[in-house]
Ligand binder design. Sequence first.
Ligand code: SF4
Length: 421
Amino acid sequence: MRSIAPNPPDIEDLDGRCFHEHEVTSIRRDLLDWYDRNKRDLPWRPDDFVGENVEERAYSVWVSEMMLQQTTVGRVKDYFPRWMSKWPSLSHLSQASQEEVNSLWAGLGYYRRARFLLEGAKHIVENSGGIFPRDAAELRQIPGIGNYTAGAIASIAFKQPVPAVDVNVIRVISRLRAISDATRESKLLWKLAGEIVDLERPGSFNQALMDLGSAVCKTKAPLCSGCPIAGSCKAFLLQKQSADKEVAVSVTDFPAKSIKAAPREEFTAVCVVELLPLGDDGSLFLLVQRPENGLLAGLWEFPAVLLKDPKTSAKTRRTSVNKYLRSSLGLSLDKSSVKTREEVGSYRHVFSHIRLNMFVEWLQISSTDDNAAMEAKTLPRTQWVKYSALEKMGLTSGVKKVFSMVSKHRDKRQGSKRKTP
Ligand code: SF4
């Protein structure tokens, strides 16, 4: 799993913390030697990409790096080959739809990344004929490519001697130079990472630094005795020097831990609306598209209303949902329209910064004139989808879970003879 350092690499004052020439030489040599002996065999990491098409190489690095952000290597190992077989090049990807991309991405989370990949592919095809810019500054102009990804593509694919700083690299550099406040010193860390990057094998060097941070220079229990660059590590030196002192220094003091804000709790009433068919056609389910900005931007979900009070009663939740369905979506909910309406249960979906608690209900309505008219005209950012199509759409795992809860409940109520519409 990869988290990215936020700030751009420009700083003037190194405050005496730069690497000496002999340290740069030994760090490059020892780290690359360690990497060559220890690097993992990963599908997106051919050996220095010798002799490969440079555009394919850049595309492959870009896709893998986007997937690796906030996702484990094990998981990306499953998704990366599927992606590359469906869209083997930038040009193939640029012709995909957002739905197709979301569908393949489903389960990886943080759907913005999938969106950025598609937007970025279209941008490169439209603006530079499908050719990647070669340097990090130009790569950063592409939608969705930030400092880290630009550095990774430029160094790994185009062999540009630029840094790529993720959280593992922040930790290693902070310890090498005994820098405590990594947040405040972010620009300095980028500068230092840029000083040591190997000029001949910048891509391998950057990956080596990341791998060292992940496998050796771990957050809680670093394996300093097996570290190939311990001889250049100030934190390790300070730890040794203070071993018999009253106040001992530990390498884990660097960087100092930042206090994370507690995740926010949110509560929503989710209504899975099923429109019963007039004839033999199957039921239709109503989906609404989320706003283009913010959490899960542009993705489809069942109609939902945000609740201010987590203790809102079922009756009040239903009143809020009714208001939304009637006034915003134009549905008729009078007695002759509503065939079934039941509470299904609740589900808590965990995002990194939000805990989303969903109260789920199932609402079956008939094709009265109003509802049929609403279905026929289909408002912007809404769609009616058949059961079978819902299963194939690129819905988020939270929406899939809600639908699975309703499906089970519905099957139970309707009996085994009518399990699917
Ligand atoms: Fe990290 Fe220890 Fe190596 Fe220093 S010596 S870089 S703290 S593993």
